[in-house]
Each structure stands twice: as C-alpha cells, then as structure tokens.
Ligand binder design. Structure first.
Ligand SMILES: Cc1cc2nc3c(=O)[nH]c(=O)nc-3n(C[C@H](O)[C@H](O)[C@H](O)COP(=O)(O)O)c2cc1C
Length: 210
C-alpha cells in the first residue's frame, strides 16, 4: 500500500518537507510505502480547455511541467496527502495549479480517485491555517475520497525552514495523521472482497441553470 504526498511548497527542505519527514517515519513503522512529489512553482494553471475530460486520457494537454506524472502517481496510489504552505490565507499558487489540473483530469470525469484515502496539512507563520486546511480537504471531499483526520486540524506553525520543529503539538498532530492514514489503508485493504465499496456512478452535471 502506498501514500503519495504532494508537497506544494517551492522550497526544498522547508516546513512542509519537515512535516512530511515526521510522517514518513510513521509510515515506515506501519509498513506503508510513502513517496513525496514536489512540483515546485513552475507549473502552469489549468487552461479550462476540458480536453482532459473529453479525450478520456486522464492527462492534461500541458505536458512540459511534470504535472501529468503527479496525476499518474495519484491514480496509482492508495492514499493521497495534500500538503501546502499557507500563502495569503490560502493554498500556495503552484499547489493550486496542480490541484486544479489533477482533480479535473483524474476526478471529474471517470473518477479515478474515489474511495482512495485522503488527508491534508498546511504550514504557516501565523494566520490562514483553517482556511487552507479546509480548501485542501474540500477538493478531496468532492472526489468521493475517504478523508482521514488527526486529533486537531492540520496546520503546523513555522515561518523560516525548520521552525515547525518548535511546534511540538503540530508535529504530534501530523504524526498521528500518518498513523490514522495507515490504519484506514489497512482496514480498507483487509475488507477487500468482503466489504467492498459501494458502486459509484457518473454525476449528472446540472450547472444550476436548469
Ligand atoms: C507568498 C507568501 C505568502 C504567505 N502568506 C502567509 C499567510 O497568509 N499566513 C501565514 O501565516 N503565513 C504565510 N506565509 C508563510 C508560510 O506559510 C510559512 O513560512 C510556511 O511554513 C512555508 O512553508 P515551506 O517552508 O514548506 O515553504 C507566506 C509565505 C509566502 C512566501
């Protein structure tokens, strides 16, 4: 079983990376494979061309920034962890670009993400943690994913790289988040063939106009 984490920070070794290191140790202890991808800031926004839905390839037409690799890895993974720094009270710009394209290409047509285990976390200097955490959860919520929580909201405090190490409670929250994700993955895996997920079906898009 594998969890794929998307680190939405453009900084290498920053606070998100350090939270993910904490989680990596927990996943290793639980025997869960864990991979982190960090698309960075040079990713394109969604162009709203809808080709990803029309051609059924589960890919974005923009092929030069690595986002299609992220989409493919998410489709393959059993669990997805969305991790973003707070930028001006919301998801960091590069991460938002990735999420718009990932969840349109892989989730909005023939949904490849349903019943995957999902979780979120953000890091921040001071304010905007709740908004960002809720935004991250919101995309997974609309994709019929099984959202896992910890014993507090996923917002860890730190400005300069490494400052999250001083947020003892925040790091405990993310460690517990990893353990809960691992547990849910094992529960779902153990239930396979006995308690299978309900059948899913395509949504009827009504667009609020009729
Ligand atoms: C453009 C920008 C906007 C930011 N906006 C906020 C903000 O609204 N609230 C906040 O508490 N921190 C804000 N921060 C601080 C980052 O969220 C914080 O340093 C975070 O831990 C960075 O994670 P990283 O080290 O993984 O990049 C901002 C940082 C940048 C670069």
């Amino acid at each position: 079983m594998k969890v794929l984490a998307i680190n939405g920070s453009p900084r290498k070794g920053g606070n998100i990376a350090q939270c993910l290191d904490v989680m990596a140790k927990e996943f290793a202890r639980e025997g869960i494979e864990f991979e982190v991808v960090q698309p960075g800031a040079k990713v394109h926004p969604c162009m709203a061309c809808y080709h990803c839905l029309d051609n059924g390839t589960l890919r974005c037409v923009q092929k030069d920034d690595g986002v299609n690799d992220v989409i493919a890895k998410c489709i393959e993974a059993d669990g997805i962890l969305l991790a973003s720094p707070v930028y001006h009270g919301g998801i960091a710009g590069g991460m938002k670009c990735v999420l718009d394209r990932l969840f349109l290409a892989a989730g909005c047509g023939d949904n490849q993400l349903h019943h995957k285990v999902g979780a979120a976390l953000c890091t921040l200097r001071r304010s905007g943690g709740m908004e960002t955490y809720q935004q991250l959860l919101g995309v997974m919520d609309a994709m019929e994913m099984v959202i896992v929580t910890s014993d507090y909201w996923g917002a860890v405090h730190g400005a300069d790289p490494g400052e999250v190490q001083n947020d003892t409670e925040g790091l405990e929250v993310v460690a517990k988040l990893a353990r809960n994700m691992a547990w849910m993955l094992k529960v779902i895996n153990a239930a396979k063939g006995t308690i299978d997920p309900p059948e899913t079906h395509k949504r009827t898009f009504t667009n609020f106009i009729r």
